[in-house]
Write a protein that binds this ligand. Structure first.
Ligand SMILES: *Cc1c(COP(=O)(O)O)cnc(C)c1O
Length: 424
């Protein structure tokens, strides 16, 4: 469910016309709906009501400060994967007592920063990281709460590139290694092991793999307790998928959250543990769209290319993950309007700069506005300046108000960061 709807024939974000935003901010531009973000967060939190649940929004999905502030205000913590993300979460006012730090390659400097900041939990992913953290805490005379991220050897997700839980993937330690590290950590005064974490992939829409991974978490928890270890926290990661094709919306969304919550309740029933969640995509995914304008139509004998002013540097998911994004015209087409099979492409000098092939769309002409739907997660977050295109701006809408929450990059910033040594 989201708040992008047609009103009097024009697509709106909540109460704001996308034509207004395009005219005032320019295109391409990301547009987010605060009501949609709020609704998803509250649906997730509501589904976990009664559990000892801590929700850490996986901010890599959309790290805009305004989005973080909005979610922080609703009670969310942050799941971070770099020092930069910890700094951004703190800058958005998320208390460090609600920040967790994940990732396979944390440097000793990053660990030191996290320990100094006093964050809630570090999700340790390798034996080497545990040693590094022990050095850092010993040098500072501090104690840091950690959980071990296990690799349950259950991969899942919407694409091989976003599967993380298979033993072929780089993430986490094996179940046997977790038992060994628990014993090692018992001798490390600066490290307080609180429990386990797991995160097996992204865009997961069938729950059986999550169920298998959670079952292994439960079994390992019981085994560790038998060995005399304390397991007081289980961080269950993120990964819930969302419908990218609107026709599927009927079967997903809130239903998936409720089945997931039921799975969690059944699996961890009676364990008396605090549960952590790291949802990203499901909170912000369909709360955002990328608004773009048609530049040219390139008609060939066999097909017509629609060239838009957004490109793979602004939204890389189709090029990188073969991802599907629904494309809506901002002017609502009549239901009996003629439709064409268009290839929708960006201006970048790569064939992979293709958003859609043979997509059935109403008549398009230069100047028309189109929206790439469900672009709130891993959209702006993954944007770049490839082809020396300025970083795409972002707008947050709330009711009838909107604000530019990241302006379009200036030409000075695009060019002025480079340095020319005097020997060139
Ligand atoms: C990316 C990531 C998430 C969020 O994944 P979503 O699919 O966006 O929910 C959560 N936890 C970790 C460790 C991640 O790397």
């Amino acid at each position: 469910m989201h708040h992008f709807t047609y009103r009097s024939g024009t697509l709106h974000a909540e109460d704001v016309s996308l034509e207004t935003i395009a005219a005032e901010v320019g295109t391409p531009v990301y547009v987010y709906s605060a009501a949609t973000i709020t609704r998803h967060y509250e649906a997730f939190a509501g589904a976990m009501a009664g559990l000892d649940a801590h929700i850490f929004y996986a901010m890599k999905a959309n790290p805009n400060l305004a989005v973080l502030k909005l979610l922080g205000g609703l009670g969310a913590g942050a799941d971070t994967v770099s020092e930069g993300e910890i700094r951004k979460a703190m800058a958005a006012g998320i208390p460090t007592s609600r920040i967790v730090f994940s990732g396979v390659g944390k440097t000793e400097d990053e660990l030191a920063f996290a320990v100094d900041a006093g964050i809630y939990q570090i999700n340790v992913e390798t034996a080497g990281e545990l040693e590094a953290l022990a050095r850092v805490t010993a040098a500072k005379g501090r104690r840091q709460s950690v959980v071990f991220r296990i690799n349950p050897d259950v991969g899942a997700g919407g694409h091989a590139k976003i599967t993380t839980g298979s033993s072929d993937n780089k993430f986490g330690v094996s179940i046997e290694e977790a038992e060994r590290l628990y014993a090692v950590a018992a001798g490390l005064p600066g490290v307080a092991v609180e429990g386990l974490a797991v995160h097996i992939g992204s865009q997961i829409r069938a729950l059986h793999d999550l169920g298998a991974a959670f079952g292994r978490m439960r079994a390992l928890t019981l085994r560790l307790r038998e060995q005399g270890h304390r397991v007081s926290r289980l961080d269950l990661g993120g990964g819930l998928g969302i419908p990218y094709e609107m026709s599927e919306a009927v079967v997903h969304g809130a239903d998936l959250i409720h089945s997931y919550a039921a799975l969690v309740r059944n699996t961890f029933h009676g364990l008396d543990v605090e549960l952590g969640f790291e949802p990203g995509r499901i909170i912000v995914g369909n709360a955002g769209l990328l608004l773009s304008r048609v530049i040219h139509l390139n008609k060939r004998a066999q097909k017509t290319f629609v060239v838009v002013d957004a490109a793979m540097n602004d939204l890389v998911r189709p090029a990188m993950y073969d991802a599907f994004h629904d494309i809506w015209t901002v002017r609502q087409a009549e239901s009996d309007a003629t439709r064409h099979d268009y290839d929708v492409v960006g201006p970048i000098c790569e064939t992979s700069d293709t958003f859609a092939e043979a997509r059935r769309l109403p008549d398009l002409a230069p100047g028309d506005l189109v929206a790439f739907m469900t672009a709130g997660a891993y959209g702006a977050a993954m944007s770049s300046t490839y082809n020396s295109r300025r970083l795409v701006p972002e707008v947050l809408v709330k009711g009838g108000a909107y604000a530019v929450v990241r302006p379009r990059q200036s030409w000075e910033d695009l060019i002025g960061e480079d340095r020319i040594p005097d020997w060139v």
